[in-house]
Ligand binder design. Structure first.
Ligand code: 13P
Ligand code: SF4
Length: 305
């Protein structure tokens, strides 16, 4: 069966079940092509919280589908590849977080959405890479615990010198595989290009960037920038829409290591099978859902730009 036929069958099933297909910006091109919404973690959370669809097909990784299930109780959330996880999210557990909280009583916890529902349930507020700075600034506290991404945390901390950060040493293995040497080589090959990277990158890599932002932030930046050439420091899947938005511009991946194996798992076959069987469903226990929802809703209450 051709990709086009699979895509048509998926669209038919979505219509039949009143479903919506949400895809993260790192998904395979052919999956992004048929998504109703593509976006960063923040945009997809917002969409999940307000959709009128009965079924959400989440093409992304487990924590994203879990967030959709938390924000949209009563909706069926399908994750076509239940094995699509996020190693960073697995780097902190609720028990470990509780231990850290006990060492710092009363200090609020800001949790990056790349985390389990259980960890969110033990947190005060969530953030994404798009709104982390606003979330941190919204806190009426001069000290905070930031989990699990040490790189996003340290990137944000430099803009908030009045607050003391307690970091968790989690990280994204995909972004940390992008080395200074790889970026410097691309810069030497393309001296007229701007270098843009995600805040999950190692600090020494972010220090080389002309702009550091979330995945959707990269679309806005590259579309509106007068520059014609960009070295892109995030997962390779982002190039698809960057190129679609700006066919006259050139996008160069900063390192061949920028492939997230989990983000690349979901194929059209998986999406089709998921819609045919209405499985696998992502669920969160009501006790955890209520608490995690509080942290997510607090984040969503912060106005966007
Ligand atoms: P954003 O889409 O929020 O920029 O996050 C990137 C990411 O690593 C998702 O796993
Ligand atoms: Fe997790 Fe990194 Fe993959 Fe995003 S790119 S899902 S943070 S491992």
């Amino acid at each position: 069966m051709s990709d086009v036929t699979k895509q048509q069958l998926i669209k038919n099933l979505l219509k039949e079940h009143n479903g919506v297909l949400l895809a993260h910006n790192y998904m395979r091109d052919e999956v992004q092509e048929i998504a109703d919404i593509t976006g960063d973690s923040l945009a997809l959370s917002i969409e999940a919280s307000k959709t009128s669809a009965d079924i959400i097909v989440f093409c992304g990784v487990h924590f994203m589908a879990e967030s959709a299930a938390i924000l949209s109780p009563g909706k069926k959330v399908l994750l076509p590849r239940p094995d699509a996880g996020c190693p960073m999210a697995d780097m902190v557990t609720a028990d470990e977080l509780e231990k850290l909280k006990a060492e710092h009583p009363g200090v609020p916890v800001v949790t990056y959405v790349n985390s389990s529902a259980e960890v969110k349930a033990h947190s005060d507020i969530c953030c994404t890479s798009a709104n982390a700075l606003k979330v941190v600034r919204s806190l009426d506290a001069n000290e905070l615990i930031f989990v699990p991404d040490r790189n996003l945390g340290r990137w944000i901390a430099r803009f908030v010198p009045d607050k003391k950060f307690i970091f968790w040493e989690g990280f994204c293995p995909t972004h940390e595989r992008m080395t200074v040497a790889a970026v410097m080589q691309k810069k030497a090959e393309h001296p007229d290009a701007l270098f843009i990277c995600h805040p999950e990158s190692a600090p020494e890599v972010s220090a080389l960037a002309d702009h550091v932002c979330s995945t959707s932030g990269m679309y806005d930046y590259c579309r509106t920038s007068p520059a014609k050439k960009f070295i892109i420091g995030t997962e390779a899947g982002i190039i698809y829409k960057l190129q679609l938005d700006s066919p006259d511009k050139q996008f160069i991946l900063a390192s061949p290591a920028l492939f997230c194996p989990n983000m690349k798992l979901t194929s059209l076959d998986d999406v089709l099978l998921s819609l045919q069987t209405l499985q696998p469903i992502v669920t969160v226990s009501e006790e955890i859902r209520t608490k995690a929802n509080r942290a997510l809703e607090r984040m969503l209450a912060i106005p966007r730009d």
